[in-house]
Design a protein around this ligand. Structure first.
Ligand SMILES: [Fe+2]
Ligand SMILES: [Fe+2]
Length: 228
């Protein structure tokens, strides 16, 4: 049994936004993802750190969910800034159930368990989101979500998964970093950064927390094993 993480699958199997047009690492990315999951076993767990499907709603995202569902392992889905299909937990769970997507579940205001380890997280926050007054509300909501998730873990060891990097060269989301440190999170995984941004990613230990980038193109579309 193993735990993996990967973000930013950016699937568009039911739509017209395939990422292959960006060339480079993205050409043939759907096949690369399929091959990248070859080491994952049915009993393993993979946390998918947001930007999963370009679908504008659950129905449009269904072919992408079906693709993810067919990959080995239990998948835990996190919201990214491009997941426009994201809905209430009740609607997403019902949709997954009604469509036989039985390896998919969501991380949303809660935590999930991997053995005795708690998997916590939320979308997070990045300076690109800052657009004045309205964004303060969304930012506060993200902080509340993250804290609710960390609280739900109780005294268990916590791993944190975010879509947005809490740290980036020249940027720090102090409130999120504070929460991670206050709740004793030792390892934090995030996605969102692509192409040239990879080299500006903060990776490694800061303030007692180990930060790692797991966006798909950074990982060569192969989920990173983070726990046995
Ligand atoms: Fe993103
Ligand atoms: Fe992304």
């Amino acid at each position: 049994m193993a735990l993996y993480a990967i973000g930013d699958t950016h699937l568009s199997l039911g739509g017209d936004k395939p990422m292959d047009v960006f060339g480079g690492g993205w050409s043939g990315y759907v096949e690369k993802l399929r091959a990248g999951f070859e080491d994952v076993a049915a009993e393993d767990t993979v946390v998918l750190c947001g930007d999963l499907s370009w679908g504008m709603g659950l129905e449009e995202a269904l072919p992408d969910f079906a693709f993810l569902n067919a990959l080995p392992g239990r998948k835990i889905l996190l919201k990214g800034n491009h997941d426009y299909w994201w809905n209430t937990a009740a609607k997403m769970n019902a949709f997954f159930r009604d469509n036989g997507l039985d390896t998919l579940s969501i991380l949303h205001n809660n935590c999930q368990l991997y053995g005795e380890t708690a998997l916590c997280g939320t979308r997070g926050w990045f300076y690109e989101e800052d657009r004045g007054e309205h964004s303060a509300k969304i930012f506060n909501r993200e902080l509340i979500r993250l804290e609710a998730s960390l609280k739900a873990a109780g005294e268990r060891e916590k791993l944190c998964f975010l879509h947005y990097p809490p740290l980036y060269q020249g940027y720090c989301c102090q409130q999120i970093v504070d929460l991670l440190e206050r709740y004793g999170v030792k390892r934090c995984f995030y996605g969102h950064l692509h192409g040239g941004s990879h080299r500006l990613a903060v990776r490694g230990e800061r303030g007692g927390v180990d930060y790692q980038l797991v966006s798909a193109d950074f990982l060569g579309f192969r989920p990173q094993k983070i726990l046995d």
